[in-house]
Write a protein that binds this ligand. Structure first.
Ligand code: MG
Length: 443
């Protein structure tokens, strides 16, 4: 059984994500990666239980532990990069409150690589944990990673330009980890900050941790009522940020990625890295501003590692996960928020104007139950050989008016079909074509 999914190990607390699993996983990581290990968590109710199990596991292998308490995942990653040999984050990101998970962080602050995860997994199943002598069991110290993270972000953006605009911003951390960072970051940047769901509460009473357009209706209303310049929402571990414009409208994440791509390319032409599932808008923008797009497999780790490999100027996913390489090679909701403010300050434009000036694309998403998904995808790949296809991740078929991406789910017996075109009818037609391909081979 594969322990690690796309985003570390996840499950329902005390059902599959138990204290025993957490401790053995920590023992495996401590056996694999000796040294000082920083441990932090999001605000989930089960976070205390799992954090203490993780710490006990690490200490038993002889690793000293730095307990960072509650902090956003990128804040913990930034701390690891500067002060520790590795890290463990206890979070289930955008999943509902009953979930929790464990994510390994490499010494350079990036997500643990797939190879390292495989090595840890092997130790986990073999049970061959290092057991330190009584006098060499680890000790725990504590540290507060937040001030350095906030200062680090503030130093990288044009703080004076942002401060000069006195923006009114409504921040909705969803009672997640950004409750302890984003409001303070924004205030430091001279914003008048109104908060919503900014009390630390792992039951997530205000909204679901996933900040989709429908989940953050309160934020939209608050932005309109306060006549704010911007609304910001995060998922529970705040590696992602999504935005509400000054007219109270949700900014589609692909549009966000495109706006930020353009802003970054205007400052520094270069390579942009994004998964094959991202909008063609990114390519349109890159072409216009001397950029080059490299498409990767879906998953932020693939984006981050490719960015490091090619020295990209910017990258990100179409879900609000943006990566600013001069800060760190991971998705960073705090950095996204500050960069958005810098873009508004330096362009002098309202976010609604910037959004409306972009060409728009339409997309359609479908999912089909498909127990033999890998065989079906192989057959489809053979069937579309004469078309223009990209096999980076699943099968992406390009047509003159758009594209359709057919991908197997990593965890469920499902094939996803994702189509994009300039019109709704065009996207529908491409999605139907993709669904037809799956059904033809799904026997
Ligand atoms: Mg997240």
């Amino acid at each position: 059984m594969a322990l690690f999914g796309t985003n570390g190990v996840r499950g329902v607390a005390n059902v599959d994500m138990t204290a025993e699993v957490a401790m053995n996983l920590a023992k495996s990581i401590g056996t694999f990666r000796r040294g000082r290990i920083a441990v932090g968590r999001d605000t989930r109710h089960s976070g205390d239980m799992l954090k203490n199990a993780v710490i006990a596991g690490l200490l038993s292998t002889g690793c000293p532990v730095i307990d960072l308490g509650i902090a956003p995942t990128p804040c913990i990653q930034y701390y690891v990069k500067r002060h520790a040999d590795a890290g463990i984050v206890i979070t289930a990101s955008h999943n509902p409150p009953e979930y929790n998970g464990i994510k390994g962080i490499a010494g350079d602050g990036t997500e643990m690589s797939r190879q390292d995860e495989a090595a840890v997994e092997q130790i986990y199943y073999s049970g061959a944990f290092r057991k330190a002598d009584w006098s060499e069991t680890g000790r725990v110290s504590t540290a507060d990673p937040k001030p350095e993270y906030i200062d680090g972000i503030t130093a990288l953006v044009d703080a004076a330009a942002i401060q000069g605009r006195h923006f009114t911003v409504v921040a909705d951390p969803g009672c997640g980890a950004a409750s302890v960072t984003t409001p303070f970051l924004l205030r430091g940047l001279g914003c008048r900050v109104i908060t919503l769901n900014a009390q630390v509460d792992g039951t997530f009473p205000g909204r679901n941790p996933e900040p989709t357009g429908n989940e953050i209706n309160d934020l939209k209303a608050a932005v309109r009522t306060a006549k704010a310049d911007l609304g910001i929402a995060h998922d529970a571990d705040a590696d992602r940020a999504v935005f509400i414009d000054d007219r109270g409208r949700f900014v589609n994440e692909d549009v966000l990625l495109a706006l930020m791509t353009r802003y970054r390319l205007q400052q520094k032409p270069g390579i942009i890295v994004t998964p094959v599932s991202s909008s063609s808008l990114i390519e349109d923008i890159a072409r216009q501003y001397d950029g080059e797009v490299i498409w990767t497999m879906v998953g932020s780790i693939h984006v981050a590692r490719k960015m490091m490999e090619v020295g990209a100027v910017f990258g990100g996913e179409g879900n609000g996960g943006l990566i600013f390489p001069e800060f760190q090679h991971c998705r960073d909701g705090g950095m996204s928020a500050a960069s958005m403010l810098e873009m508004l300050a330096k362009t002098g434009r309202k976010l609604s104007d910037l959004v409306d000036a972009l060409p728009s694309y339409c997309s359609v998403k479908e999912k089909i139950r498909c127990p033999d998904k890998d065989a079906v995808l192989r057959e489809i790949a053979a069937a579309v050989r004469s078309e223009k296809v990209d096999l980076t991740d699943g099968i992406k078929v390009y047509r003159p008016d758009g594209w359709v991406l057919i991908r197997a789910s990593g965890t469920e017996p499902i094939v996803r079909v994702f189509a994009e075109s300039r019109t709704d009818a065009g996207a529908r037609k491409l999605a139907d074509y993709g669904v037809g391909l799956v059904n033809d081979h799904n026997k």
